[in-house]
Every structure is written in C-alpha cells, then in structure tokens.
Ligand binder design. Structure first.
Ligand SMILES: [Fe+2]
Length: 248
C-alpha cells in the first residue's frame, strides 16, 4: 500500500546567531515605546500588542535594523523555497509591532488578513515553566472524514499523526524567527510563568514588481507606486441624496 500526502502547509523557522547581542537593547526600546503608547486598549488577559497602540512601525525604527534585515533575508529564502519567481515580485514590510505577555496573558486566535507573509521573532522567553506556544490550526482538515470526530466531545481518533493533526504547536525559542502564510489561523497560548514573553510580529505584502513597461500579472497586487489615492470628498448633499434613495 501507499499513502501520498499532498498540499502541505510550509512553516519556516531559523535560529538567528548573535540574537543575544541585541536582546537587551530591544527590550529597553520596547518598554520605552510601551510607556509612550498611552492608555492600554487590550484587556487584562490579552497580551499587550503594539499594533493596537500605534506602535506598528518597528521596521522603520533604527533600533531594530538588525532584526528587520533578518526578516527581509529569511523572507526571500522562504519565498524562493516555496517556488516564487523573485524577479516578478516586490516585497514590502507593511506593519511590525512588539507583543508583551505577562503571566496569564495570551493572544487570541486570528489571522493577519491584510498581509501575505507574516513573521514572529522571539526576543525574550521565560526560562522556567510554560511560556506559551504559537499554535497553527488546521482549518481545512482535508482528511477529516466525519466532521468534528477528533474533538474532545468525540475523541474519535486513537492517535494523532501527520494525517489528522488539528494543530501544530511551536515552542517559543529565544532568537528564533518563524515565517508563515498570513492567512493561516493561529494563536499564542497564555504565558504561565512570572517572567515576560516578548516578541515582534511582522506583516509583509507581495506585489508585482514595479514596472513601467508591462502590465501587472492578474494574480499579483499592482505595485503601490502606481496607485492613486482617492482625494475627492463626497459633498454632504450627495450623501443625503444617496441615503434618501436607499430609503425609498
Ligand atoms: Fe499573529
């Protein structure tokens, strides 16, 4: 017999050498940014995330130049490994932000819907106890023959193996850079230790390479260098007319 396994999800990770040289400077800068970010908008059980506190430009901050370069380099390797023709695309770091999780804090299940490729860099990880894994969820469940059979309510599998895994968990490792497709649902489990877990997230976007002399391939976003921002302002009277039309 034979079983072929098709359509794998590709999660990339690498352990960056020299990471410890940058750790303290990153932590100091992140705590300064947090202090400057104003009132906390996240709940007590949620990690503090820079993106919802207007701290989302780590890639433009000279203090993080080294890690930003690493994200760029390893994104190119990841894309090349996935078979992308790098001559056809431009890659932009769109948004990047720090995350601080103290005891009991987690990151709820989500995907990064505005991006194509996302990265996590683990700056500082508690050394004792469970610091919280990054967990990717198998939403397509291509081999699940009866919907929900693997759930806690049914426990229909006698074992979990590469053909029926419902999630893939990654331990946080200091100095590790993790890359994944942005649309992949994931969360980060609660930090159960007394120390902080501090990470960075990056969202990257792929576009067609900026080119004046050829049309944009259909399934790539056109280069933003050719975009035109809509600058017209809708007159109040037009809005009223349109709303009146909806009500009739
Ligand atoms: Fe995320």
């Amino acid at each position: 017999m034979a079983i072929d396994v098709w359509f794998p999800l590709a999660i990339y990770y690498t352990d960056l050498t020299n990471h410890s040289e940058y750790k303290n400077a990153f932590l100091e800068r992140i705590h300064t940014l947090r202090e400057q970010s104003g009132k906390q908008r996240t709940t007590e059980s949620a990690s503090w995330t820079g993106d919802v506190h207007r701290i989302d430009q780590i890639h433009n901050d000279p203090a993080f130049a080294w890690v930003t370069e690493q994200v760029e380099l390893h994104s190119l390797i990841y894309l090349k490994t996935l078979g992308h023709d790098l001559s056809k695309i431009d890659i932009y770091i769109q948004r990047s932000w720090p995350i601080i999780a103290t005891k009991g804090q987690y990151v709820a299940r989500h995907a990064h819907h505005t991006a194509n490729l996302s990265a996590v860099y683990y700056i500082s990880i508690p050394t004792e106890g469970y610091a919280g894994q990054t967990r990717f969820f198998n939403e397509t469940r291509q081999n699940e023959l009866s919907s929900g059979i693997g759930s806690n309510m049914t426990e229909g599998y006698s074992e979990f193996n590469p053909l029926n895994f419902q999630q893939a968990n990654y331990d946080p490792v200091e100095g590790r850079l993790l890359l994944f497709p942005s649309k992949q649902m994931h969360d980060v489990a609660a930090n159960e230790t007394d120390e902080e877990r501090v990470t960075l997230s990056f969202d990257l976007v792929l576009t067609a390479k900026n080119s004046e002399d050829c049309a944009t391939p259909e399934f790539l976003m056109p280069s933003p260098e050719h975009w035109k921002r809509v600058t017209q302002i809708l007159p109040e009277t037009d809005t009223e007319t349109a709303l009146a039309g909806l009500n009739t």
